[in-house]
Design a protein around this ligand. Structure first.
Ligand code: GLV
Ligand code: MN
Length: 225
């Protein structure tokens, strides 16, 4: 018997072929689930909770549901990182519900850093609109990839990997990023580890990072903890 161009002669080879087919077609290999209709504009206030958001009635859908002007304005980067991420995800742009896509605006002050973070549900692609940015990510095998990118250049961050962007140019910088999830999620490592609520036990951090208690206290104090 032939399967995907291979000739499968024994029942165990056939079973293997079926498992491969199941894995390849499994949603675990895609980002957000595929839509089952043209669109499903999110009803963010719906009383029921589902994976994503329920659709608002189609008769209430308007052209404006598919437009978003929330990324036009430069945002305030006066914070300890010198960065501000404005998210254009389903929460601010309900028309994205079920479409598996979203977009961010990232403003950098001079020297600002979008600190190490990861998106559990999305791969990221970004374009530098202004400035010079060092972009880096680390694989699950701890291999570090990085490059300095400038205006018009594009970078990609594989799904789930820890990454950062550092403004290495003179003056402000701006990137626009796109992510293949309506709600990619972002875990900022410094905040997740040192400013969670409730706090991670100090012993986990001192042993995990091989540092003293006062270092943990000092880092936490920077985040107002
Ligand atoms: C940049 O890393 C972003 O998450 O938008
Ligand atoms: Mn990111």
């Amino acid at each position: 018997m032939a399967f995907m161009g291979l000739s499968l002669s024994s029942p165990s080879q056939l079973l293997l072929g079926m498992v491969v087919l199941w894995l390849l077609s499994s949603p675990a290999f895609s980002a957000d689930p595929d839509p089952l209709q043209d669109f499903c504009v999110a009803d963010l206030n719906a009383p029921i909770s589902v994976n994503g958001f329920p659709c608002k009635p189609i008769t209430n859908v308007t052209s404006d549901d598919f437009f978003f002007d929330g990324l036009i304005k430069e945002s305030n980067t006066t914070n300890i990182f010198g960065v501000n991420v404005t998210a254009g995800d389903v929460r601010s742009f309900p028309g994205l519900n079920t479409l598996g896509i979203s977009m961010n605006r990232v403003d950098f002050a001079q020297g600002g850093v979008n600190p190490p973070h990861s998106h559990p549900r999305a791969t990221e692609i970004g374009v530098v609109i202004k400035g010079k940015i060092l972009v880096g990510f680390v694989t699950t095998g701890n291999v570090f990839f990085s490059k300095v990118v400038t205006t018009g250049q594009v970078f990609a961050i594989p799904r789930g990997l820890v990454h950062f962007q550092l403004n290495v140019g003179k003056g402000k910088a701006l990137t626009i990023t796109a992510l293949n999830s309506q709600l990619p999620g972002a875990t900022a490592l410094p905040l997740a580890l040192f400013a969670s609520n409730p706090s991670i036990p100090v012993e986990v951090l001192t042993k995990g990072f091989q540092i003293d208690d006062d270092v943990v206290k000092s880092i936490r104090s920077k985040f107002g903890v």
